[in-house]
Design a protein around this ligand. Structure first.
Ligand SMILES: Nc1ncnc2c1ncn2[C@@H]1O[C@H](COP(=O)(O)OP(=O)(O)OP(=O)(O)O)[C@@H](O)[C@H]1O
Ligand SMILES: [Mg+2]
Length: 421
């Protein structure tokens, strides 16, 4: 996880808080993690998104106000004041690439030691980056020792050549700085930034599902985000610049109705698959000021909604195919994000992808579960789960600044395996 330098202290080591700055809503989740890793949801707050355009912050004050409002609601339900949050990051500025590093194992017994793993990961992450970009995540996929591939933990294996294949996610420095400024202005410290769809995948996919292979598709308002897992590790990530808001805009334009009404019609009556069409009932559509109201059939509504969802899902399909993992997705595709609530979207996706599709909601939680039991809360909950797996930010930083200490190196390598495999 990328850790900004100015991180603050966690209020209490067991209390975790997340902030998801989405294009339709800002959400804050407060939770507690037990020693066994059980997450208890203590509170959640949601505020309508303000001050963003296409995921970028364009009005700082409005965005800060919306963050404060979500924080206040979450604090009230949890009865806890928070000051430190893990924050999701996404948007057009996120890029990802697979990379490979190679080092020689030159000592006399040719046994791979933790220091070799650290060296090979450093080599893999050394990609040429423009000055305005930073590495957000380096996600190891597999190690290769001489000709033996598919190794998850190479330590102790003998060989002369160690290779690492990794998935590197980078972000735009300006977008990162804007996000940091905005969150800080709302009196919160950022203790880590996490790629949003990576967080969502932790909330809705089990470890077994990630191991079996799965594609996680988070359909948000302005963005649809994809993460492809094979054998438990990330193989591909992609962001498509379209989401549920495009469907709402199509309804507003197609039926000449105000945007707010289009949104509520979509949620109440919208359907993308013939299996959801009701018999004979019509949908009332309020007109724009000065225009008459309409009544449309479910079929007419579907003829507006379906092409856009098809367009989005076909672009997702192209990305899944590019990942070259489509025949390795034992779990199939899991749809989450608020856009997954559109009726029939799983059936439509199944027709397009040709593999099983299900809707994912946050799993394995206790406490105020109902406040986060929606696909729209997958990112907020997943950020908490990411934070629970990376509890010691202080130590992580020390480990980076103390690279020559062998005990530190061993501790960081052990942690690396615990976190990633
Ligand atoms: N019941 C519903 N039926 C259909 N669509 C819905 C429903 N509830 C929410 N949505 C849609 O989900 C989208 C918002 O999803 P979500 O809250 O996951 O987005 P976000 O995280 O704010 O946005 P992004 O991830 O793009 O930044 C909106 O387009 C909204 O219309
Ligand atoms: Mg989102």
């Amino acid at each position: 996880m990328y850790i900004p330098k100015f991180k603050g202290k966690i209020d209490s080591p067991d209390i975790l808080a997340s902030l998801d700055i989405g294009t339709s809503k800002f959400s804050v989740v407060i939770a507690e993690a037990s020693e066994t890793g059980q997450i208890t949801i203590l509170g959640a707050g949601v505020a309508q998104s303000h001050g963003l355009r296409q995921g970028a912050i364009i009005n700082l004050d409005q965005a800060v106000q919306a963050i404060r409002s979500a924080v206040q609601e979450a604090q009230l339900t949890a009865g806890i004041k928070i000051s430190d949050v893990v924050v999701g990051i996404a948007g057009e500025h996120i890029h990802s690439v697979n990379s490979r590093g190679v080092v020689a194992v030159s000592r006399s017994n040719h046994e791979v030691i933790p220091h070799d793993v650290e060296r090979v990961l450093d080599a893999a992450r050394a990609i040429a980056l423009p000055v305005d970009r930073k590495v957000l995540h380096v996600l190891p996929q597999e190690f290769i020792v001489d000709t033996e591939a598919g190794i998850k933990n190479p330590i102790g294996i003998k060989g002369v050549r160690l290779e690492a294949e990794v998935h590197i996610v980078t972000m735009g420095s300006k977008a990162e700085q804007n996000l940091i400024q905005c969150v800080n202005k709302a009196d919160l410290n950022i203790i880590g930034l996490v790629l949003e769809p990576l967080a969502s995948s932790l909330a809705v996919l089990s470890e077994e599902e990630r191991e079996m292979g799965a594609a996680l598709v988070d359909i948000g308002a302005d963005n649809t985000e994809l993460v492809v897992f094979k054998e438990g590790t990330i193989r591909h990530t992609a962001i498509i610049k379209m989401g549920g808001q495009n469907v709402t805009n199509d309804i507003a334009l197609g039926l000449k109705t105000p945007s707010l009404q289009a949104e509520s019609i979509k949620r109440q009556y919208g359907c993308t698959h013939p299996s959801g069409i009701r018999n004979g009932d019509t949908i009332p559509v309020p007109g724009l000021p000065g225009r008459q109201s309409l009544e449309v059939t479910d079929e007419a509504m579907m003829s507006i909604i379906r092409p856009r969802m098809e367009e989005i899902l076909k672009l997702v399909h192209v990305q899944i195919q590019q990942s070259k993992c489509i025949d390795k997705l034992g779990t199939g595709v899991v749809l989450t994000g608020g856009g997954a609530l559109l009726k029939g979207v799983d059936r439509l996706a199944e027709d397009i992808f040709g593999i099983p599709v299900k809707i994912g909601i946050p799993q394995g939680l206790v406490g105020l579960v109902e406040s986060v039991s929606s696909p729209a809360m997958a990112t907020g909950v997943g950020l908490i789960q990411y934070l629970a797996k990376h509890p010691s930010f202080e130590k992580e930083d020390n480990a980076q600044s103390d690279k020559s200490n062998p005990v530190r190196i061993w501790e960081s390598i052990k942690k690396f395996y615990k976190d990633n495999f």
